[in-house]
Design a protein around this ligand. Structure first.
Ligand code: GAL
Length: 655
């Protein structure tokens, strides 16, 4: 259940066999290769050079490794760019072509690129689709990383116009849907439609939303074709993709994952924590600088599991300092093991390290590997040795991942809305979701993530704060779920065309809770108002909605400082009109859990829990010893009741 990312093309062929043997000796099973090797696989147009790749595959397979091929489409070679310069994307902010010299320099709308990408993918799948050493495929690499979802190329404009024609049918319908009478933005034909970039001031939000949707569908269309080409030629092999968080790409990960066997995630907890907490005071950052935020990895493990409802993979796991964050500290001793065990607790089927050996050349020279460039073992090595032993005993593949009783809805459209229409600089959809997630984790709860069109059955509590433009059919299914539902703020705030709903927000969600939001204000986070709830005071900040005084069947359960209703409840549905702080979120969730008989705990800072199978796994991110919250006499399968700093304990839990 462990693997590694390997680049045979970076190393002398004489090293491959000993590398493979060392991988096996370390306890690794899987090896991913090939995802950036296009210039070596096809050095001249149409001239494939597969022999070295054959050799690499034979060598790795001979050592007993199972191979995952990464298709190389993230790195179009120079000759391809020169033959078809229009495959290059255009930066939507600067309007400049994003040229050759790094990676991801292609435009999802380019027919030339789609054809060429399909050609190399097909050639690889033809050659290796029935190879016994190969078990699976990774498509491309981190689709849309480096802000590549949106391109302002001529191909994107033509593609967008065609997409608009298909969606709206007539230009009159488009003008009406987008409200183009505003500021004389009306078009006379689809050919006139511009991309929503480069205008004097903000472009229409409906236009921008349509462009996001188009771009996301272009990515999905590109990807679907690659998956289909592999599937047709590689029977019995799995197909996956290494996702990065949706808020980093702006693409609908649920749609992207649809044709895959399972989703994979690239876990860089220190890099992501550094970026997340760049503006936080040192006192807050220091405790997590070398461990990562204790909810960071888990937040995306759970989301990745939610994409495919299967054991997901961690395709890339940080093994030491990375090279791409603002600052790149070394992980605290024990953390590489901890992060890896945590992935298994959250349902991973495999954890694969990035990368085998640190590269002494190129852009990532400062990025650690399991080995140093001189072949000596880097710091994480002994942790992987221990991990391999532990995983062999634990055998997580035999531990089913049970549905969690709490689910959070994650909706790409909510994220798009939050980015397109800011209204409050400090409103951020992902932060709203993350705040709920942290509250649940601090209470020791397991969490599932669901998409708006997923199955709602089986969850006791569904948190869907920024579900911005719900489809009536999904609302009906949610109503039938029997769950306690938490909505708002911004739930139902827009129609699917990014206009205000008839009868005001929350639009179709009025089927769940009959209220009307009559006014909205936003506040600086350092100038909050007050939220009175459950005989206590909390901040009411950033986003504040004012529902009109409700009818008799709706209870006002929270009020602002002036007595105006802030939180309303109708049966099992609660609408929270504002954002607050972690104390409020924990307190609210605790009371909902009490209603549904879900046991909560107050975990100490830095301690986190997760169940898989009959086991409860505890992760100590803190620098102090923590006591495992396990009943006396518990049987531990790893560690014991005193969990060392950056340590892990696992015990059998009565169910
Ligand atoms: C990932 C990427 C890898 C490598 C790594 C460095 O995002 O997939 O190719 O660049 O980051 O941390």
């Amino acid at each position: 259940m462990l693997g590694v990312c390997y680049y045979p093309e970076h190393w002398p062929q004489e090293w491959w066999a000993s590398d493979a043997q060392r991988m096996r000796a370390l306890g690794l099973t899987y090896v991913r290769i090939g995802e950036f090797a296009w210039s070596r696989l096809e050095p001249e147009p149409g001239l494939y050079a597969f022999e070295w790749f054959d050799q690499a595959i034979e060598t790795l397979a001979a050592a007993g490794l199972k191979i995952v091929i990464g298709t190389p489409t993230a790195t179009p070679p120079k000759w391809l760019v020169d033959l078809f310069p229009e495959i290059l994307p255009v930066d939507p902010v600067t309007g400049r072509v994003r040229g050759f010299g790094s990676r991801r320099h292609y435009d999802f709308s380019s027919a030339d690129f789609r054809r060429e990408a399909l050609r190399i993918t097909t050639a690889l799948a033809d050659r290796y689709g029935r190879h016994p050493g190969i078990v699976g495929w990774q498509t491309d690499n981190e689709l849309c990383c480096h802000d590549t979802a949106l391109s302002a190329s001529p191909a994107a404009r033509t593609g967008f116009q065609a997409w608009c024609r298909a969606r709206y049918g007539t230009i009159g319908a488009l003008n009406a849907a987008w409200g183009n009478v505003f500021w004389s933005m009306e078009y006379r034909s689809f050919d006139e439609i511009e991309l929503p970039v480069g205008a004097v001031t903000e472009t229409s939000p409906s236009h921008r939303l349509a462009f996001r949707r188009y771009a996301s569908s272009a990515v999905t269309g590109f990807h679907d074709a690659m998956v289909a080409a592999i599937r047709a030629r590689a029977p019995g092999h799995f197909v996956t993709h290494n996702f990065i968080p949706m808020h980093e790409t702006g693409v609908d990960n649920h749609a992207l994952a649809a044709p895959l066997d399972f989703a994979s995630y690239d876990n860089y907890p220190l890099g992501r924590t550094d970026l997340l907490m760049a503006d936080r005071p040192a006192a807050e950052f220091l405790p997590v600088m070398r461990t990562g935020h204790p909810d960071m990895g888990a937040f995306f493990f759970d989301q990745t599991r939610g994409l495919s409802r299967q054991p997901f993979w961690v395709m890339e796991q940080q093994p030491g300092p990375v090279n791409w964050a603002n600052h790149n500290p070394r992980p605290a001793p024990g953390m590489v093991r901890l992060w890896s065990l945590e992935a298994f607790a959250h349902g991973a089927g495999c954890v694969s390290f990035f990368r085998w050996r640190q590269a002494p050349f190129g852009q990532e020279q400062m990025h650690a590997g399991l080995l140093r460039p001189d072949n000596s073992e880097a710091e994480a090595w002994p942790e992987i040795v221990a991990l391999a032993r532990e995983i062999a005993t634990l055998d997580p593949a035999t531990l089913p991942v049970r549905p969690a009783r709490i689910a959070i809805m994650v909706d790409v459209e909510g994220q798009w809305l939050g980015e397109i229409e800011r209204q409050a600089r400090s409103y951020d959809y992902t932060s709203v979701i993350f705040a709920y997630y942290q509250a649940a984790r601090a209470l020791g709860l397991d969490v599932d993530f669901i998409g708006p069109s997923d199955d709602y059955i089986g969850h006791d509590i569904i948190l869907a704060p920024g579900w911005v433009s719900p489809r009536p059919a999904d609302v009906e299914r949610l109503a039938a779920s029997g769950a306690l539902v938490v909505l708002g703020p911004r739930a139902g705030a827009k129609t699917p065309e990014f206009t205000l709903p008839d009868g005001l927000a929350p639009g179709p969600l009025r089927a769940l809770i009959p209220l009307r939001i009559t006014s909205v204000e936003t506040l600086r986070p350092d100038c909050p108002g007050i939220l009175h709830w459950n005989n206590a005071q909390f901040p009411a900040t950033i986003w504040r909605e004012y529902p009109e005084p409700p009818g008799p069947d709706i209870a006002v359960i929270g009020r602002y400082e002036d007595g105006a209703p802030a939180i309303l409840r109708h049966g099992d549905v609660i609408y929270v009109g504002t954002l607050s702080d972690p104390h409020f979120l924990r307190s609210q969730l605790e009371s909902l859990c009490a209603e549904r008989g879900i046991v909560t705990r107050h975990l100490p800072e830095g301690l986190r829990l997760r169940r898989r199978g009959a086991l409860c796994w505890a992760f100590n991110y803190s620098a102090a010893i923590q006591t495992a919250p396990a009943p006396a006499g518990t049987e531990f399968v790893l560690g014991g009741p005193e969990i060392p700093a950056r340590g892990v304990a696992i015990w059998r839990e009565e169910t």
